[in-house]
Design a protein around this ligand. Structure first.
Ligand SMILES: Cc1cc2nc3c(=O)[nH]c(=O)nc-3n(C[C@H](O)[C@H](O)[C@H](O)COP(=O)(O)OP(=O)(O)OC[C@H]3O[C@@H](n4cnc5c(N)ncnc54)[C@H](O)[C@@H]3O)c2cc1C
Length: 359
């Protein structure tokens, strides 16, 4: 039986483990955290990632709930810029990260061994396999160890690494009875979005321009967004302050080339961390995992399969990293004239798409 080590048990790593297991691989998952799990926030899962999860037998990632109220983009006053219904766009499933992680790990069978509290610090490879920490060995290593990947640093010593976007992000979950379709509100150098999770709670996220490392908390968010349109004040008031997450936003702005070095393949944020503006980072990791297992199942050598994975996933994710950074740049603008032009262009674009759809 072919053997693989997956380094990192984030959404990318656990999906890769399930995908490889289904293709008959014996998988060891190494995770430095003492327990498997995910942070307390929501996540958007777009149809392409839902399709991969369904193919892997992951149940419970239901289709997006039908909205009774409009969703889309607003100004802080509440005035609509674009309504999603006009665009006819498919909406993602919104789910709690921990719930998604559990649904995936529920598929772990006897083909998967998990070692938590295990930090990978070293890796060497030869023609027959890869050795981790002079301790474990497998034919294939999947590096799913996130944006600060140790494996990427070891294999690409010249690569410059994550780049700061110029803004930080806050996330929280509120259990409040609101009747609103949600969406995003774009202000001046700051944005706030919210959506209903499939468990009924409200997940919100917000961004603000600031230097890396400045920090911030629930009080900072209330100060910055507390006077925005309804129901934002109620959502913030209904959020447990101690559960608010704050993360400075980085991405791998310079594309990593290639995603494969010998018998080691990079996946998810380790390969192509993107800003969260499109809500596609974890979805891309899920799609990477599906693609990797599919290529490994094709006839041919390991090298051929990994090269096919690289050809398949690198162009698509490189585009997403760039698009996501661009959306962030537009969303974080502070100049009032540029904001007026931006919002006007969005509104005009929305009307054009809507007209075309009606025709
Ligand atoms: C504010 C914000 C909002 C987001 N919203 C969305 C969204 O709505 N939709 C979406 O698709 N994406 C979203 N993303 C992106 C998404 O969170 C990431 O793309 C995704 O979590 C990456 O998964 P991963 O498995 O590649 O890496 P990670 O989740 O970072 O997992 C890496 C794992 O590796 C472990 N690890 C690291 N180093 C080692 C080591 N040396 N040894 C052993 N274990 C190690 C870590 O402990 C961790 O468990 C968002 C990101 C942010 C910051």
């Amino acid at each position: 039986m072919s053997t693989a080590i997956v380094v990192g048990a984030g959404i990318g790593g656990v999906t890769a483990a399930v995908a490889l297991q289904r293709r008959g691989w014996q998988v060891t998952v190494l995770e430095r955290a003492p327990e498997l799990g995910e942070v307390g926030a929501g996540i958007s899962v777009w149809p392409s990632a839902v399709a991969v999860l369904e193919e892997l037998g992951v149940k419970g990632v239901e289709k997006a709930a039908a909205l009774s109220k409009p969703a889309g983009m607003r100004k802080p006053t509440g005035r609509w810029v674009v309504e999603a219904a006009d665009l006819g766009v498919e909406l993602p499933v919104m789910i709690h990260r921990a719930q998604l992680h559990d649904l995936i790990t529920d598929q772990f069978g006897p083909g998967i061994t998990v070692r938590t509290g295990y930090t990978v610090t070293k890796l060497t490879q030869d023609e027959t396999g890869v050795t981790i920490n002079d301790d474990l060995r497998a034919e294939l290593v999947v590096a799913a160890d996130g944006i600060r990947s140790v494996i990427r640093r070891a294999l690409y010593p010249e690569y410059e690494g994550p780049k700061y976007s110029g803004y930080t992000a806050y996330r929280g979950i509120a259990d409040v009875p609101i009747d609103d379709g949600g969406g995003e509100t774009w202000g001046r150098g700051q944005r706030l979005g919210f959506a209903r999770l499939i468990d009924g709670r409200i997940y919100w996220y917000a961004t603000a321009n600031q230097p890396a490392g400045q920090g911030g908390d629930h009080a900072t968010v209330c100060k910055g967004f507390g006077d925005w349109h309804d129901p934002i004040p109620a959502i913030l008031a209904g959020t447990p302050p101690e559960a608010v997450l704050q993360n400075d936003i980085y991405d791998l702005a310079v594309p990593l080339v290639p995603f494969v070095q010998g018998r080691v393949v990079l996946l998810g944020d380790a390969a192509h961390a993107m800003t969260p503006n499109l809500g596609r980072g974890a979805c891309s990791a899920i799609e990477d995992a599906g693609a990797l297992a599919r290529h490994l199942a094709e006839p041919g050598s390991l090298g051929t399969a990994l090269a096919a994975y690289d050809r398949d996933r690198r162009p698509a994710t490189t585009k997403l990293v760039k698009r996501s950074r661009g959306v962030g740049r537009a969303g974080q603008v502070e100049n009032r004239v540029v904001i007026a032009i931006r919002d006007g262009l969005f509104a005009f674009g929305g009307k054009l798409v809507s007209l075309r759809r009606r025709k």
